[in-house]
Design a protein around this ligand. Structure first.
Ligand code: ZN
Length: 256
């Protein structure tokens, strides 16, 4: 069965104008954003439109082969300039990793550690809000994508990431952001799946960040935040990976 699905995928999607940086396959088209995710949110009264979400190519989101999202492909386009440098060893920490993304980073040959609070298919289980197992200034590159909207104390999480990052390190810290959200929503009374879907758009989220508040919190945690737009990166790779113009990468470094 698995063979037949793979064969179907090759016949239907392989070859074409795009090239997924995560799995290196040439492909005809990426999958659009999952409709079930949106319908679940919408039917519970979530008022925001997923077409107005930052760093999302709504029509061309997931790779049909490795299922990487456009944001993960964007991270790898950015990270490639560091990881392709074989003159030094980078120490990398990746939160809640996608399997294909993880494999792609490992292939560069640096020191890579995957982590998650609950999953067992990672190198180490860590709570981003309290990483007591990790010494100060351990990692050069940290990827914390779509994690802080799930955790009880995101400010503590940001401070912890700051603590374990080396002084010259960089962290990609991203959360779901909708352009129309003007202030962060977070309320402990939203304590059922239905209420979380209505207010945050997903039943395992515990807040919905507004962009300005998210940036303010990163600054308060001690970060300088560079906002990298797609046109500042390798243009051909951006095109091949269907990265939307609305994308913004938040690259955090330690404030001097
Ligand atoms: Zn792929």
């Amino acid at each position: 069965m698995k063979f037949l699905i793979t064969l179907y995928k090759y016949l239907r999607f392989w070859g074409g104008p795009y090239k997924c940086i995560v799995c290196s396959r040439r492909i005809r088209i990426f999958f659009p954003l999952s409709t079930s995710l949106q319908q679940k949110a919408k039917s519970n009264g979530f008022p925001y439109d997923f077409k107005r979400m930052e760093t999302l190519n709504y029509e061309m989101c997931n790779c049909p082969f490795c299922l990487s999202s456009d944001r993960e492909r964007l991270y790898l386009i950015f990270l490639d300039k560091y990881l392709a440098d074989n003159s030094r060893q980078y120490s990398i920490l990746d939160f809640a990793p996608n399997a294909a993304f993880s494999k792609a980073i490992k292939a560069y040959g640096h020191r890579y550690t995957s982590t998650d609070l609950f999953r067992t298919d990672v190198d180490i289980q860590l709570d981003v809000c309290d990483m007591k197992e990790i010494e100060n200034e351990t990692f050069d590159l940290i990827v914390c994508s779509h994690v802080l909207e799930h955790v009880p104390d995101p400010d503590k999480g940001m401070r912890e990431i700051h603590r374990i990052m080396r002084p010259t390190g960089k962290a990609i810290i991203m959360v779901p952001l909708f352009w129309d959200v003007e202030s962060t929503t977070e309320d402990k009374r939203h304590n059922t799946d239905e209420l979380r879907l209505r207010h945050y758009g997903q039943d395992d989220h515990v807040r919905l960040f507004a962009r300005t508040d998210f940036l303010k919190r990163l600054h308060l945690a001690g970060f300088d935040v560079a906002q990298i737009k797609p046109h500042e990166l390798d243009r051909e790779k951006i095109r091949e990976n269907a990265i939307a113009d609305n994308s913004i990468l938040y690259i955090c470094s330690k404030s001097s």
